[in-house]
Design a binder for this molecule. Structure first.
Ligand code: HMG
Ligand code: MG
Length: 325
């Protein structure tokens, strides 16, 4: 058994044992649609979320309450949440929203979200481009947001962006990621999602970054958030699974990216993660066929092909089977 160190205490390191179950955080309606050039109506967003719920997805980041001047695609968050709240409550699905400041928190609470997410970066340049302030200023801004959310009994997730590289600064040291992750965790975020915003990571870099973070934040409170720009996202998910990470963010059909990360493509497709995990005997609770149907729905609405290799393979198999009957 290999051992790692968590705040001075020796902890067993799960290098070989994979989790029995993973939690999928579906971020397509937020991370995906925030970066699609075509505006999608609140009604279509709501239909997408309801289809995801039907497929068994139980955690959905449905909206963001950021400045509409910065991200106009997310301006209709309140309307989306109002439409999907009944289906989410019926199915015990957690609805979350991204929040950058007190104004965003107030809007999110008024929309009855179950959780919020605050978002910092491991890179100073990205922090300034994305939220117009330094890393220190962002953490100071989140302090009252987190305190008020806790008072309202709303759980808080924390994001760290640029964990495996920055579009403006290049390489980011694992220790820089770990410092920001630790600060968010200590402020009261129950989970830290580690974002490979530009999708440039590799499995060995993923392992080094996770090991640095695990010195400050328990592994069960870390989540992987991989974008697939360089085609490494599934390999990075596997590397993270082997380090004991059991929560992954993904976006149906692989839609989206980040408006402040030029050239980055969407998140790893949820279909690909579900296929990867279920194929290794790791339960996701998600019906792959229905999930692919939700992906086909939003791809049609956006007028583009799915980015999911698994969805394409499934569709090909369906066509071949239909042709032989
Ligand atoms: P600012 O311009 O410095 O802030 O922006 P401000 O306080 O001066 O506000 C400017 C205007 O926006 C004002 O309106 C405010 O009222 C309004 P005006 O007086 O000019 O008419 N405003 C708001 N309106 C609605 N909701 C709000 C809000 N706040 C201010 N919450 C700010 C600072 C943080 C607001 C801005 O930079 C912003 O909204 N940034 C968001 C950028 C964003 O959403 N990026 C994508 C999400 S991060 C991501 O995708 C990465 C992630 O997926 C992980 C990964 O992949 O790495 C999470
Ligand atoms: Mg992202």
């Amino acid at each position: 058994m290999a051992w790692a160190c968590f705040r001075g205490r020796a902890m067993p390191e799960s290098l070989t044992s994979l989790p029995e179950r993973v939690r999928i955080v579906e971020v397509g309606p937020r991370d995906g649609l925030q970066n699609e050039p075509s505006l999608v109506s609140a009604e279509v967003k709501a239909q997408l979320i309801e289809r995801l719920i039907d497929a068994g997805v139980r955690y959905i980041e449905a909206a963001s309450f950021v400045s509409p001047k910065w991200v106009p695609q997310m301006a209709d968050g309140a309307s989306v949440l109002e439409r999907v709240l009944p289906a989410a409550r019926r199915s015990a699905t957690t609805l979350a929203a991204l929040v950058p400041n007190m104004k965003g928190l107030e809007a999110a609470l008024a929309s009855h979200v179950d959780e919020i997410a605050v978002f910092a970066a491991a890179s100073e340049s990205f922090s300034r481009k994305n939220i117009n302030c330094s890393i220190d200023e962002s953490i100071a801004r989140f302090e009252p947001v987190i305190a008020a959310a806790r008072q309202a009994n709303v759980r808080i997730r924390g994001y760290v962006s640029c964990v495996l590289g920055c579009p403006f600064e290049g390489e980011i040291a694992p220790d820089a990621v770990a410092r920001v992750a630790a600060r968010l965790f200590d402020l009261g975020c129950y989970e830290i999602s580690l974002g490979d915003t530009i999708g440039a990571g590799t499995p060995s870099k993923t392992r080094a970054m996770l090991d640095a973070c695990a010195a400050y934040v328990p592994v069960h409170a870390l989540a992987g958030h991989f974008h697939d720009t360089w085609g490494m996202a599934a390999a990075n998910v596997l590397a993270a699974l082997q380090r004991g990470v059991a929560t992954f963010d993904s976006s149906v059909s692989g839609i989206g990216g980040c408006p402040y990360s030029p050239g980055a493509t969407g998140n790893v497709a949820t279909e690909d993660i579900v296929y990867l995990c279920e194929g290794m005997g790791i339960a996701t609770g998600i019906d792959l066929g229905r999930l692919a149907d939700a992906g086909a729905f939003i791809s049609r609405a956006l007028g583009r092909e799915t980015s999911s290799r698994v969805a394409r393979a499934l569709e090909g198999r369906r066509r071949r089977e239909a042709a032989t009957h």
